[in-house]
Design a protein around this ligand. Structure first.
Ligand SMILES: [Zn+2]
Length: 281
């Protein structure tokens, strides 16, 4: 699941390789991922790419003439650059930007859900677009003080993943961040002390920065289908905690898993396993 570091490194690498390249044509094969109708997709034919940036977990592909493609990967999308064109039978393709030098920028989606989407917008419409207009402040590189931002009676695990509260964090990196901050995923935002809020802020910068540095060192084009995420806690339940050596535990939800260290984060308490408790009812 691509989050801030994965989207950021993808944007940096592909932007550097495609800035100034001219789009020959744009296609949305198969399931139509295009969620906008004005301007039409054909408006970008013949125009140059002006750079790819990141907003939260979304891409903004700049196109000359004050146009932008807003791309949301959702849980299983990838933005990739290829030297050759896709077979139109490739069922993962959602958007193809055919460049006039023969390369192709491709939005692909894996898995069974078809949720990734694209909007072609003018620069003004981009800022007013609902997902963009409701994004909270960026989690990286310089998030604002978290005390006021997280002042709600909701668990940190959900608050930090709420893109309207703070933008860029998802189900993988939230586990790393809370572990580094030594905070329980179920602690409520409104119960954070000033010192804890500062610790959490530092952990966000540290963990997202660590991920980005790892990708900067190890990734080059082409972006692989599966990014080698340097996770130390997420999905490592049963393994020793990288800090204290005790066993990492997990709480299982319908479609994701939350991992933590009881010793470092919950004063030794085991959090309730939602899956098990439902089965035992
Ligand atoms: Zn630990």
């Amino acid at each position: 699941m691509p989050e801030l570091p994965e989207v950021e490194i993808t944007a940096r690498l592909i932007s550097a390789a495609t800035e100034g390249a001219r789009v020959e044509s744009a296609l949305t094969p198969g399931i139509n991922a295009l969620r906008s109708f004005d301007p039409p997709l054909s408006a970008i034919d013949g125009r140059r790419l002006t750079g790819i940036t990141r907003r939260g977990k979304l891409f903004v592909v700049g196109i000359e003439g004050d146009l932008a493609l807003l791309i949301h990967l959702m849980s299983a999308g990838r933005l990739q650059l290829f030297d050759t064109r896709a077979s139109l039978r490739d069922r993962t393709s959602r958007l193809l930007l055919r460049l006039d030098d023969g390369r192709e920028l491709r939005l692909r989606e894996f898995g069974t859900k078809q949720a990734a989407w694209v909007k072609l917008l003018t620069a003004d419409a981009l800022e007013a677009e609902e997902t963009i207009a409701t994004l909270g402040p960026e989690a990286y590189p310089d998030p604002p003080p978290l005390g006021p931002l997280l002042d709600a009676p909701r668990p940190l695990h959900g608050l930090l993943r709420d893109q309207r509260v703070i933008a860029g964090i998802g189900r993988s990196w939230v586990d790393e961040i809370l572990h580094t901050a030594r905070l329980s995923p179920f602690k409520r935002g409104s119960e954070l002390s000033e010192e804890e809020a500062e610790r959490l802020r530092a952990a966000i910068v540290q963990e997202l920065g660590r991920a980005l540095a790892h990708y900067e060192e190890h990734l080059t084009l082409p972006i692989p289908d599966k990014l080698p995420m340097p996770l130390r806690v997420h999905r490592r339940n049963g393994e020793p905690c990288p800090r204290c050596g005790d066993q990492l535990e997990a709480v299982f939800y319908e479609d994701y898993v939350m991992c933590y260290c009881p010793t470092c984060q919950t004063e030794g308490k085991l959090l309730k396993d939602r899956r098990l408790s439902r089965l035992l009812k």
